[in-house]
Design a protein. Structure first.
Lengths: 290, 290
DNA sequence: CAGTGACTATGCTCCACAGGCATGGACGAT
DNA sequence: ATCGTCCATGCCTGTGGAGCATAGTCACTG
């Protein structure tokens, strides 16, 4: 008694849908006697007559329709629950363009693995402005530029100092630090500014009008950026996190004393593409604050 | 694959609740290996690791907690569905004090039986102002007085003419109709007005000041009311429906030409005591209008 | 009115599987 | 090293869900 199972609800649904037990049985890929018995069993367990049936007529009773509606809701709720669960077990894809959280990256990954053993974290580099968020390739991203896409929400985490990236045979490469104006003034000729990975590195906020670089060069990703600099074809400006993550032979990083710090953001789609997004955000907040 | 059953959800719930598989198994009145297997089977069917477990540690994964929450909701939804269904299969108790719907009573009962084969209708007389609604003895009621209880909702159905009930040896009993003033004027002495079943029969709206009855007598129910009148101890005023339902030897009913008609109401508790209440109301409306 | 077709209920059988028992393995505590 | 605790696995049994065959019911039809 009282052990109503999902198959009972499915049986009631199919019968209501098909109009006859025989047809319903076919739609459930089973035989008519089996379904007839399942229905009778359901009625016995609920203790209520649910379907008014004879050889020529079939209709749900009042309680029958009530249970049918609830049953359908329950079944679709179960489907949704399974979909949610599976979605959450899919790896959470964390995007970045040039660096994640610097020193705190490893603590973050460890904390996540410990507190969320069921959902692996894929840390992937995507060489575009939103680190794959806009294309759905990633579920969350760490960015050093505020994205303009209105469907992407962002949250500031902390700030990082700016560093200059110079060929190690550059005249300024031996200095302890440089000024913005020194970078664009030469010598002997000023190098072009390589425009990656920090998209904001040519913005008016960073470069005062009198020190703005004369020429810029766009590159596709951090590696190209580093190579271009190492071969003496350009200089770059990045944030400290980038320098920590990307040591490169032939490239020298040194602080820029007069540049305002860069802000690091976590960004995520307004409609999250992974159910663990919110949890990840709190994990990130905990890591950077703790 | 994908055939998640309720027992799986119950298993997950018990494990989360108990903290160990062994204890959870005990709470489910089964052995540890059985539950261990059920849990493993659930994970296999969902395709996701739900419980992080070793010999010394047990914790839900992220997807595990998600499924747990949904599962609990589903299980309690099922309980509620069964309760609702059973409640609806309980007979719907229709109360009345003196008459139901006159001529339309039988059509109503037949229509209900036809359209709602699962929920029987108990038609019961309750000798109080709300025909058992106020005490919870009935789920809906047909009344000829608007109840004052704020927890009871009412809806006017139609109106009925007023009739006088007189002893059949009364001087006026041979008439085709009477006026209110004739009833209270004698002869030889005016009889007292018997105050049942129509509670409103002594109200100022019915009796103009100059014709108001000098004396009234309260009785407990329709039968006492009829007996008192039949034995010549009183006269009464009722609505046509009452006269139709209660023929009585020694009592003569005849129209009161100058009395305003009585209104018949369906009443029901603001919080229905039976899930079929709303359906019954529409059945009543259909019957009286069609 | 017998025959037919459509539908449901029931008797019988089979086998898939849920659950019990026994055991093994992992791991922390004493 | 031993014990206690907890989970997993192998083996076995019994319940019960589902198929097949059949009987009963009812409307329609020639």
């Amino acid at each position: 008694m009282d052990d109503v199972e999902l198959r009972h609800l499915r049986a009631l649904d199919a019968v209501a849908e098909a109009g006859t037990i025989t047809a319903a049985a076919a739609s459930l890929h089973m035989t008519q006697p089996a379904l007839s018995r399942t229905l009778a069993q359901l009625e016995a367990r609920v203790g209520v007559r649910l379907v008014d049936r004879s050889s020529r007529h079939l209709a749900l009773t009042g309680p029958g329709t009530t249970l049918l509606e609830h049953g359908r809701a329950i079944l679709s709720h179960l489907d949704a629950a399974l979909a949610d669960t599976r979605a959450e077990s899919r790896p959470l894809r964390l995007g970045y363009t040039c660096a994640v959280l610097g020193q705190q990256t490893v603590p973050l990954l460890r904390a996540w693995r410990r507190t969320h053993p069921g959902t692996p974290l894929d840390v992937v580099r995507r060489d575009n402005a939103t680190a794959g968020l806009a294309t759905g390739e990633t579920d969350v991203a760490v960015l050093r530029t505020l994205p303009e896409d209105p469907r992407i929400r962002s949250e500031a985490l902390y700030t990082e100092d700016r560093v200059a990236a110079l060929p190690d045979d550059h005249p300024l490469a031996g200095r302890d630090s440089v000024l913005l104006a020194e970078l664009t003034a030469g010598p002997p000729l000023p190098l072009p500014l390589a425009m990656w990975p920090e998209a904001g590195t040519a913005s008016p906020e960073l470069w005062p009008p009198q020190a703005r670089p004369a020429r810029t060069v766009e590159v596709g990703n951090v590696d190209e950026w580093l190579n271009l600099i190492a071969t003496g074809g350009a200089f770059g400006v990045a944030s400290a996190g980038t320098a920590e993550s990307h040591g490169h032979p032939g490239v020298r990083f040194l602080p820029v004393s007069d540049a305002p710090p860069a802000t690091v953001y976590v960004s995520y789609p307004h409609h999250p593409t992974h159910p663990g997004t919110a949890e990840f955000l709190t994990a990130v907040r905990d890591t950077v604050s703790g």
